[in-house]
Design a protein around this ligand. Structure first.
Ligand code: ATP
Length: 356
């Protein structure tokens, strides 16, 4: 059973439904990422879990018991924000010790715990340093150490790496993952960055306009997005309005094999990362290369097929990537490349989701 859970949480601001019935749980020691675009309700939900705001409807429960009457300071939840909110006039030691002092821990206990956290976060030797003299990455580590010091039963991090440059973010993300896993810290990690969520979390909750769009392990979500919204949010942009009839999906630029039982209006997702150049099977697309962009590990081709644009990604080191202006044939395996969503935007459970 989940150790912490939210049940049917609703919150409306004037006419904006910030949260419209959100339910999910986090297991002990699990890292769950709350992922979604700006304005989907992530911070509001975090505030409600922390007890900083009350929901209009619904409940936050700890081990099945409502926290409705437990004020924020008695929840023993740790919070870490993007701007860290460190005390600028205190040194590193005093910042980390703050929560322990508030909890009236003995000086010996405080000393031992702060030393533990300095070591855990790679800040040995920083205890007497002034906060103002630290780099952004060091401040982030102090903020993490401070939020972990009172051993919170739930740690919530709100875009904690948002203001750092990419290299530092990746480094700190790795460290954070190591620390959270090592301490088996139950964690809710809020971000709008899919890569960050996928790299860190055991499970991801994707939110869309105040509702849960999909919950699952990162690989499962990536392999099988539940809706066009999730697919688009994950960066899949080959999504096309189509019609299914008699085992065939008809689009404006060609026909595709339909999965099992589906008739009527559908949305077809063609994955950009599963194509082979040339003829390697019975299913092919023919088009003209109208764009080609190098993106580090992949090279993205823009293909125009009967005025429709389709993207295809290939490993950059692959030798035969076509050039702009070439007419090419791409082969695909329906089971790996295609996914179909019905008119209600539900994924059709089909023969396509077989890739391990
Ligand atoms: P971001 O990633 O940009 O921080 P978010 O996913 O955290 O966004 P929220 O900050 O929870 O989203 O906001 C959800 C919706 O509720 C938004 O439309 C926002 O404008 C609205 N909202 C949040 N707080 C208030 C408030 N105090 N008064 C009015 N509207 C609010």
């Amino acid at each position: 059973m989940a150790i912490i859970s939210v049940h049917n949480i609703h919150k409306t601001f004037e006419k904006t439904c910030a949260l419209c019935g959100v339910t999910f749980g986090i297991n002990a020691g699990e890292i769950v990422a709350l992922l979604g675009p700006s304005g989907c309700g992530k911070s509001t939900l975090l505030d409600i879990i922390a007890g900083l705001q009350a929901p209009d409807q619904g409940e936050v429960r700890w081990q099945g018991k409502s926290l409705g009457n437990t004020p924020a300071h008695q929840r023993n939840f740790g919070l870490m924000f993007q701007n860290y909110a460190l005390f600028p006039h205190k040194n590193v030691f005093s910042n980390i010790a703050f929560g322990l002092q508030m909890a009236k821990a003995t000086p010996d206990k405080i000393q031992t715990r702060v030393n533990e956290l300095l070591a855990l976060t790679g800040l040995d030797g920083y205890a007497r340093r002034n906060i103002a003299t630290l780099s952004g990455g060091e401040q982030q580590r102090v903020a993490l150490a401070r939020s972990l010091a009172p051993t919170p039963r739930l740690l919530m991090l709100d875009e904690p790496l948002g203001s750092l440059d990419r290299t530092l973010r990746e480094q700190l993300l790795g460290e954070l993952k190591h620390i959270l896993r090592k301490t088996r810290q139950t964690t809710l990690y809020v971000t709008h960055d899919q890569e960050e969520a996928f790299a860190l979390a055991n499970r991801v909750v994707i939110m869309q306009k105040g509702q849960v769009a999909q919950i699952g392990e990162p690989e499962t979500i990536y392999r099988q997005p539940d809706s066009p919204f999730v697919a688009r949010f994950l960066g899949f942009d080959n999504l096309y309005a189509a019609r299914a009839r008699g085992g065939v999906i008809q689009t404006e630029f060609g026909k595709f094999p339909a999965p099992g039982q589906i008739e009527g209006k559908v949305t077809l997702l063609i994955r950009s990362d599963r194509f082979e150049i040339g003829i390697s099977g019975p299913h092919q697309l023919r088009g003209r290369v109208t764009g080609r962009s190098f993106r580090g590990s992949v090279c993205r081709l823009e293909l125009t097929i009967h005025e429709t644009t389709l993207h295809a990604d290939f490993p950059s080191q692959q030798g035969n990537i076509p050039l702009i202006g070439e007419n090419i044939i791409l082969s695909y395996a329906p089971g790996e490349s295609l996914q179909v969503f019905d008119d209600e935007h539900n994924a059709i459970d089909n023969h396509h989701q077989t890739r391990p």
